[in-house]
Design a protein around this ligand. Structure first.
Ligand code: SF4
Length: 396
């Protein structure tokens, strides 16, 4: 379980005012002293992130955020970071110290959770110090609140049990990477070029996940590079689909006979994580971009860049060459994603193997709501290579 990627774990995020017992609760759930606990307001600055196995539920990520009422100079930046975590929150815990809390801040966050359809739990902390009548009143007004006393082991155990129950009630359906696209028993070929961008001695996450998804869905997969692809196809009968690294689209599409469907890892990842249909729709704007258009290239992780880097080199060069125009490119990675998208005419996002489904979908929806077309690397590269229609046929 410890090897489950963070992007595949439910993200449980603890919010609350400074000194409301967030870090104590975080440590109690983890059973460690990961987050520094202190009575000094604002002890937690950047979000503290830990992966854990929540026995009885499964692998999760727990995030402790900075207090929402930190009015210091640095507090504004911390608050922005705390708010940006909302984009990847699958389940929220809001801590309240009834002896000292701001009801308006609580109601603002409560409304935000509800607007974003984030299931949440209100935890009344430092309950041993709270006025009993105030506790009863609050619990009567906000049903389902949980009391928490950090000094009593049973309290932490009860809270974890409640948390597990509520997490189990969240729909856990995950769109498969390939399951459902080809029948069980089919043969698919995965083309994995071992070029200067390939990490030494291992496969990258989307490739590993796709092999596992094939096994989960009774699909037989054969792995090769582009050099042995022709022979591999000739030796196999009834290949249902070839899946390639998007960067090898051009050479692979020339090798794969037209009667065999073709797509990319990135497109399958977008099907699972986001909404492949919206990303295909967004790609229609690529051909209408004006000279000087502003394009945002977003990646879900940071990695070393080289002269063949897909996001910073291949896509910008390929797109400008295809359209015969000059474009301006901005690049963001990891959890950074601009809050103001107004200056952009197009967004091209990576496959997003390192971001959660919720975060990926939030980015797609935010772009569409701001009237900025969004597509992904695989779709953009298929467009640049002139084989988009062929590569999206499998999704129709
Ligand atoms: S750039 Fe995107 S698709 Fe590539 S490894 Fe990072 S998160 Fe995954």
């Amino acid at each position: 379980m410890n090897t489950t990627a963070q992007a595949n774990r439910k993200h449980i995020v603890i919010y609350g005012e400074t000194n409301s017992g967030k870090s104590t609760l975080f440590n109690s759930i983890l059973g460690t002293e990961t987050s520094i606990v202190s009575d000094v307001s604002g002890t937690t600055t950047d979000p503290v992130i830990k992966s854990m196995e929540l026995i009885g539920y499964g692998p999760v990520v727990i995030i402790d955020t900075a207090g929402i009422n930190d009015y210091s100079v640095l507090g504004k930046t911390r608050m922005e970071k705390t708010k940006s975590v909302l984009d990847r929150t699958d389940f929220a815990i809001y801590t309240i110290n009834l002896s000292d809390y701001d009801c308006n801040e609580f109601l603002k966050f409560k409304a935000e959770f509800e607007k974003r359809k984030i299931p949440y739990m209100i935890v009344l902390t430092k309950i041993d110090l709270a006025d009993k009548e105030a506790v009863c009143e609050f619990k009567a007004k906000y049903k389902g609140c949980v009391e928490f006393n950090a000094n009593i082991n049973k309290s932490a155990n009860d809270l974890k049990k409640d948390l597990i129950k509520r997490l189990s009630e969240i729909s856990d359906y995950e769109t498969p990477l390939i399951g459902g696209l080809v029948p069980r028993g089919s043969i698919v070929i995965l083309v994995i070029p071992v070029d200067s961008e390939a990490p030494k001695g291992r496969l990258i996450l989307p490739q590993v996940q796709l092999i596992r998804d094939c096994l989960d869905n009774g699909i037989r997969c054969i792995v090769t590079d582009e050099i042995y692809l022709k022979e591999t196809i000739e030796e196999c009968k009834n290949v249902a689909l070839v899946i390639t690294d998007s960067q090898a689209f051009k050479v692979v599409s020339e090798i794969v006979p037209k009667n065999i469907k073709l797509t990319s890892f990135s497109m399958l990842m977008a099907r699972q994580k986001g909404d492949i249909y919206k990303l295909i729709e967004g790609s229609k704007a690529l051909k209408n971009l004006d000279d000087g258009a502003n394009i945002l290239i977003a990646e879900g992780c940071t990695h070393n860049k080289n002269h063949e880097d897909i996001g910073t080199v291949k896509i910008p060069k390929g797109l400008m060459k295809k359209e015969g125009k000059n474009f301006n490119f901005d690049f963001v990675n990891g959890h950074d994603f601009p809050s103001d998208l107004n200056k952009y005419d197009m967004i091209i996002h990576c496959g997003g193997c390192m971001v959660t489904e919720r975060e990926y979908k939030n980015r797609i929806n935010k772009s569409i709501n701001n009237n900025v077309p969004i597509t992904n690397y695989g779709v953009a590269l298929a467009y640049i290579s002139g084989i988009l229609d062929r590569c999206i046929e499998i999704f129709s």
